[in-house]
Design a protein around this ligand. Structure first.
Ligand code: SF4
Length: 448
């Protein structure tokens, strides 16, 4: 039995811990489910050795992440023989049948995260992985929402789920469904709650935020969300987590250009700089389009920070195709690049494509681009040497160095030498005075 009696009320209580893998959407959802459990009387703990239940939000974006999730689940089951695992997220969605018949595991479908309490309850009552029929038909379904990110200065708001784009390598539309937007009138109150709880920077997240509003009756867009949030009293910054190239509209560029609140930082996944590969990936833009978008952004918002994702070793990516990506990146010089080796996902079109690239070539290309990523990040940071930038002070790096870390609006992480506890949660004017390898150092300007 996992319950213990509470001395005060005589009611049974369950201690639970949480763990998330993957993207910011997963982080948001985990926090929302955590709040549902707490409201119901579950007690959060950090140490697994004290927990009766572990809630895990999983990820399957690459083969490596799926393997990591599987390994984690198995090792926790082995190490903590009485712990019960409530597992949800994209990796579980993909392997639902397998986990539905495992002891001590309660799998929860992605669409039922809001019904997590009734799924756990049903499992506890009859020991099966019975899932309520659907979110709309389930009375215990509660839309996911958050009130706080305790001890944090940056908080996420999920405004959209799923994706309707079906890029040929991606499993997300299959495990999360097509794009669904959150009702517009839920978003501002949630942001207000977070700001009231000390969140200074709101990060708008979703699987494909640029699709926001397209499925709603009211004609609202991502720009409407951004503009409404920017009016909230006390909000320091709004950041977009990621946006697809073709979704960066003139209206959005103007909203960033004219606002002091919206961060001039856009994470725009490129994936490949070769048109043939982009078309095999079913990405709806060309290399020339991406380049012209970057040029427009840099002309209109001179301090804009551009970061990106690149996939290496997609089927058919020969030396010439890879070179086209390298050439494009050399022009763009993103301030941050995430490099992903292609991994075939069962059920996707790309999994059946011919002309697979050898593991050796993929490793070599990924290694090359990782070095390039470091070079571009350093060059970008060095450009700030001697200049002032607002840094949202987040936390102390470690007790020994006494350095506090925080991010500029352009997403450079700065280690600040003269900050103190009272500065945490404030946006301070910092002079960048040193760049060493991948680390950037600075000091707060007095009286800022
Ligand atoms: S845009 Fe493409 S890669 Fe991104 S979630 Fe949608 S299908 Fe996947």
């Amino acid at each position: 039995m996992i319950e213990h009696a509470s001395k005060e009320t005589g009611q049974e209580i369950v201690k639970f811990a949480v763990k998330h893998f993957g993207c910011k959407v997963n982080q948001y959802e985990l926090q929302a489910m955590r709040e549902l459990l707490i409201k119901k009387g579950y007690l959060p703990v950090t140490a697994l050795s004290q927990a009766d239940l572990l809630l895990v939000n999983t990820c399957t974006v690459t083969r490596a992440s799926a393997a990591k999730n599987r390994k984690f689940i198995e090792s926790v089951l082995k190490r903590y023989p009485t712990l019960r695992l409530v597992v949800t997220g994209c990796y579980i969605e993909e392997h639902f049948a397998e986990y539905a018949c495992r002891d001590r595991i309660v799998p929860v479908r992605n669409c039922l995260k809001g019904s997590i309490l009734s799924v756990i309850g049903a499992h506890h009552r009859d020991g099966t992985a019975t899932q309520p029929k659907s979110p709309s038909g389930e009375s215990a379904y509660i839309p996911l929402q958050v009130s706080e990110f305790a001890g944090r200065t940056r908080g996420f708001i999920k405004i959209q789920d799923g994706c309707s784009k079906f890029c040929s390598y991606c499993k997300i539309p299959f495990v999360r469904g097509v794009s669904r937007s959150r009702p517009f009138d839920e978003i501002v109150p949630e942001a207000e709650r977070l700001v009231a709880h000390g969140i200074k920077e709101i990060v708008l997240t979703g699987i494909c935020v640029g699709l926001y509003g397209r499925d709603l009756k009211d004609k609202v867009t991502l720009v409407d969300v951004v503009k409404s949030l920017a009016r909230i009293r006390g909000i320091g910054r709004i950041r977009l987590s990621s946006i697809e190239p073709e979704q960066v509209t003139g209206e959005l560029i103007e909203a960033i250009e004219t606002s002091k609140i919206v961060c001039p930082h856009l994470h725009i996944p490129l994936q490949s700089g070769d048109d043939t590969i982009l078309s095999l990936m079913r990405r709806p833009y060309s290399a020339a389009y991406y380049l012209s978008l970057v040029d427009v952004l840099r002309r209109k918002i001179p301090k804009v920070a551009i970061s990106t994702d690149i996939m290496v070793g997609f089927p058919g990516e020969g030396e010439n195709e890879f070179f086209n990506t390298v050439k494009l990146l050399e022009h763009v010089k993103p301030m941050r690049m995430h490099i992903f080796p292609f991994s075939p996902k069962e059920g996707t079109r790309a999994a059946d494509l011919p002309d697979r690239i050898s593991a050796q070539a993929v490793k070599k290309r990924a290694g090359f681009l990782k070095e390039k990523a470091q070079e571009y990040a350093r060059l970008y940071a060095e450009d700030f040497l001697g200049k002032r930038a607002g840094v949202l002070i987040e936390e102390r790096q470690d007790a020994k160095t006494q350095l506090f870390s925080g991010y500029t609006e352009t997403y450079i992480r700065v280690l600040v030498s003269n900050a103190c506890r009272d500065d945490v949660g404030g946006i301070k004017e910092v002079i960048v005075n040193r760049v060493s390898g991948q680390e950037v150092f600075g000091g707060i300007v007095k009286n800022s």
